[in-house]
Design a protein around this ligand. Structure first.
Ligand SMILES: NC(=O)c1ccc[n+]([C@@H]2O[C@H](COP(=O)([O-])OP(=O)(O)OC[C@H]3O[C@@H](n4cnc5c(N)ncnc54)[C@H](OP(=O)(O)O)[C@@H]3O)[C@@H](O)[C@H]2O)c1
Length: 336
């Protein structure tokens, strides 16, 4: 008898934070692979703030998840059966497999993992899309140079923690912004930032002015909202602001833009959006460099792993929006 595949499908488009009624749990038989296909038993899911945006109708950088479809998610797992010449049973792989226990793939967008270098889950963290996002945003859009003062929001999170570490490797002075004293301690002690500011403690502008008296050369923005506005008041001439994400706005009906954007004029600064997928043809070069730093102990990958079956997906996603994670949020599918 073939095993059962448990899945999470989008049942309704949320307004505000997703609710239980926005999801549907389904199950079906795991199919046999056809010629040119293989089946993956998914072990871990990448839990991303962007998932909230994929639930909305309307134009974006990627098509919305259709109502009734399996929720989109990156994941890692092991090939269990293959009729594909490039993949064999036992291979550990990454792909966009969806919120389900098994996925059938034709190999497009799937990469094999080098498990001699790192644990498979690291390929959802610093050696995965997370690391690639930090790498290209900071180096290609931020164009950091030694001596720059770099500020990173969401600094204890997946992308932010890697971005700050790369900025340190590149000889910058790096200030993180994170929620709460515990996260701020981790940002400095574990990820090696020069300083961390707790935005929940209030008076972020004053703290920024104290820590970046010469102004902020590069701001790596993961959160938008009030924090973006605070940093805008402290930018240096010619500053580069990287719009990587705006997690504070993802559950808002109306996204609030920056009130202090005229500071871009005053400082002759730029604000640029970036999307990691645009760099797909340069992933190998970035992966080689990230892997080198990881191997040399210069890059720490921290993963925040929640254990549960696919049914734990809805509440695990919500944890991102109240800051429960430190490092890359991952759901391990080991308690069906
Ligand atoms: N452009 C791209 O290609 C690309 C690719 C991947 C990710 N991203 C973006 O990068 C950003 C970070 O993603 P991630 O996967 O690394 O997530 P993450 O930072 O690990 O998790 C989200 C974190 O955001 C913070 N947060 C949540 N609500 C907030 C609020 N209202 N105000 C301020 N901070 C809030 C929380 O940290 P605190 O406890 O510190 O508040 C939370 O831990 C997101 O905006 C994501 O969409 C962009």
């Amino acid at each position: 008898m073939s095993p059962t595949n448990h899945q999470v499908r989008l049942a309704a488009r949320p307004s505000g934070l997703p609710r239980a009624s926005d999801w549907e749990f389904t199950s079906e038989e795991v199919p046999e692979p056809s010629s040119g296909q293989f089946v993956v038993a998914v072990s871990h899911l990448s839990i991303d703030p962007a998932m909230r945006g994929w639930m909305n109708a309307g134009g974006s950088y990627i098509a919305p998840v259709e109502i009734g479809a399996v929720m989109r998610a990156g994941g890692i797992g092991r090939v269990t059966a293959s009729e594909h010449p490039g993949f064999a049973a036992g291979d550990e792989v990454y792909g966009v497999f969806g919120v389900q226990e098994y996925a059938v793939s034709d190999g497009r967008g799937v990469i094999k993992l080098d498990t001699t270098l790192a644990e498979p889950t690291t390929y959802l963290g610093a050696l995965g899309t997370t690391g690639l996002t930090a790498y290209f945003a900071l180096l290609d859009v931020g164009r950091v140079k030694p001596g720059d003062t770099v500020v990173v929001s969401g600094a204890a999170g997946a992308v932010g923690s890697v971005a700050g570490q790369i900025a340190k490797i590149k000889g910058c002075r790096v200030i993180g912004i994170a929620g709460g004293p515990e996260k701020c301690r981790t940002v400095v002690e574990e990820f090696g930032f020069d300083a961390a500011l707790d935005y929940r403690a209030g008076n972020l502008r004053k703290a920024l002015r104290e820590h970046a008296p010469g102004g902020v050369d590069v701001y790596f923005d993961n959160v938008g909202g009030d924090i973006l506005d605070a940093v805008l008041t402290c930018i240096a001439r010619g500053a580069r602001i990287i719009i990587c994400g705006a997690v504070s706005q993802y559950n808002e009906a109306r996204v609030r833009g920056p009130a202090n954007y005229m500071m871009l004029l005053v400082a002759r600064a730029s604000m640029t959006g970036m999307l990691v997928f645009d760099y797909a043809d340069r992933y190998p070069e970035a992966m080689a460099e990230l892997a080198g730093w990881y191997r040399a102990g210069q890059l720490v990958s921290r993963e925040h792993i929640v254990h549960g079956g696919v049914r734990a997906f809805p509440e695990t996603l919500l944890m991102l929006f109240d800051g429960a994670n430190t490092g890359k949020m991952i759901l391990a599918l080991d308690q069906g």
